[in-house]
Design a protein around this ligand. Sequence first.
Ligand code: CP
Length: 307
Amino acid sequence: MPRCILSPLDLSVEELNGLMDTAMDIMKNPEKYSKTCEGKVLATLFYEPSTRTRLSFEAAMLRLGGRTMGFHSADSSSATKGETVADTIRVMSKFADICAMRHPKEGAALVAAEKSDIPVINAGDGGHQHPTQTLTDLMTIKALKGHFDNLTVGMCGDLKFGRTVHSLIKALVRYDNVKFIFISPKELMLPSYIRDDLLIQNNIAFREVTKLEEVLPSLDVLYMTRVQRERFFNEEDYVRLKDFYILDKKKMDLAGKEMLVLHPLPRVNEIATEIDDDPRAVYFEQVRYGMYIRMALILKLLEIKVK
Ligand code: CP
């Protein structure tokens, strides 16, 4: 089986640091990398909608001199005729050198990886994992804070279904003395496999609260998330919870001058546009870091060394 990335834990801390160093070097010296993937093809297999992740992968491959192909919805693929993920990846292995796949079902990327002859990158599987969003988040924090150790990280919104939250927690617990504050309505609290099996079992410091205002002054990073309509079983619950948190100017006045606001995007109402120009609001900058870290990941998985 080729090297695949299904979870952020598939990369060691040393490998993560190496990827971030490469991504920083690409940002500084884009010309050095602009032909490194000539002749290589990236397939993007997206069974679920995406703007950033798919196009970020495509931009990454194009900026490395490679080419891209793929589909952007299950409806435009032979999944509609009943083709399995396992068969689709076997076919893609004949066309492409590497693939990024998003699927609404948890575990779909693992099924693909087991049958693939090419590296598979999980670009999101249901409410489970989204490792390259985690690389993006880590890269943003590293670039703007310089370190992870001793940070207090607040995560706010849909902590139950938010795969970006689950992946980021798994990655951050590997650093020293990272403290977490989880801010959510009761219905959207962390699932037990993160809360009990990961945090409690490993003695990680965390608090769970419902009021954002009371914890804002103590945060180094605030990770806002969208309440995801597509993960709810009934519309009534979604409507009741969707605007539970809205980060606006008044709330930002309670936060420290150095606190960073991250968001995986897309946002709906949870961040008021009035704070977009606040220097602490770095969610659009975060998107740019995401492209560079994906460039570094593609190079690593294709085993392309650049001197
Ligand atoms: N952050 C993220 O996964 O965005 P998309 O759904 O647009 O890819």
